[in-house]
Design a protein around this ligand. Structure first.
Ligand SMILES: [Zn+2]
Length: 285
């Protein structure tokens, strides 16, 4: 089984995690830029972090046989701090780099005007650079936050197929299905989405435009939850091709739109014409 974790914060994980992920089948991942717990107070702190996502972390991942790409952006939480917002001016320099496969994480945290300004400005950058966008939906007032996020996405003029709304659940997925946007789900050990609930969503809505991630960071999280969800899919009657689509080909398709994914296996996907002749009924498995 091959796994591409489309959203995982390896900066906060250990080499034991890299080894265990490799053993579980993880061969590629995308690490989105986000907040680091301790608030940053200078744009230069972001520059050093972005450089680590482009240099040190891919080097570390490669030592364990895992291919690392990243997304770059000013996260919604720190978009509220005027000491951090000059980061927006640094972004074009980073978005031009080869291993940056999307703009993100962007979106809403507490739905302030400052967050909305940074969100819209970064969607405009995604359009300018021809990159996908990774949109974090807020953990509080999820339904309202998802609806407002979709409105900002629509207003930006970005192709919805270039956008993933992440951290969705059974309620918010109903807002995103049918919009053309991709749907991301973060699986956690004991809060939010579980592997079983994820399988229920895939049963109900199908596997198209679905991304499953472990999101693992410094909080209580588990970088093997992609694999555990894949096993739960098989136990529930999905076949290996369904699992490969969700866990490998879908992330390749989404981030491949950047034109910058440099991965073993990507060329077979291109050659096979991933969804050509591949009918996935909504509501079926
Ligand atoms: Zn994240």
């Amino acid at each position: 089984m091959r796994i591409f974790d489309p959203h995982i914060h390896m900066t906060s994980r250990t080499t034991d995690d890299y080894r265990a992920m490799y053993d579980a089948g993880v061969r590629a991942l995308v690490e989105p830029a986000f907040w680091l717990g301790q608030p940053r107070t200078h744009p230069a702190s972001f520059a050093d972090y972005f450089d680590a996502l482009l240099g040190w972390e891919p080097y570390r991942a490669a030592q364990f046989g895992i291919q690392h790409h990243c997304t770059i952006g000013l996260n919604p939480k720190e978009a509220n701090d005027p000491r951090c917002t000059p980061v927006l001016d640094l972004l074009p320099r980073y978005l031009a780099k080869d291993s940056v496969v999307a703009v993100g994480e962007i979106g809403y945290d507490t739905m302030t005007d400052a967050e909305e300004h940074a969100f819209a400005a970064q969607l405009a950058l995604a359009v300018e650079f021809g990159l996908p966008a990774l949109v974090h939906t807020p953990h509080r007032d999820k339904a309202g936050g998802t609806a407002r996020s979709l409105a900002v996405v629509e207003e930006s003029g970005i192709d919805p197929g270039f956008v993933v709304l992440d951290h969705l659940n059974e309620v918010t997925v109903t807002e995103v299905i049918g919009t053309g946007c991709w749907m991301g789900f973060s699986i956690y050990p004991d809060t939010k989405m579980t592997p079983q609930r994820m399988v229920g969503i895939l049963k109900k809505y199908g596997t198209e435009h679905m991304l499953v991630n472990s999101a693992a960071d410094w909080g209580h999280s588990d970088p093997l939850l992609t694999r555990i969800t894949a096993e739960a899919m098989l136990d529930a009657g999905f076949d290996e091709d369904d699992v490969d689509r969700v866990m490998w080909r879908n992330p390749l398709m989404f981030y491949g739109q950047s034109g910058r994914l440099d991965l073993d296996g990507y060329n077979d996907v291109q050659a096979a014409g991933l969804y050509a002749g591949n009918s996935i009924a909504r509501g079926g498995s």
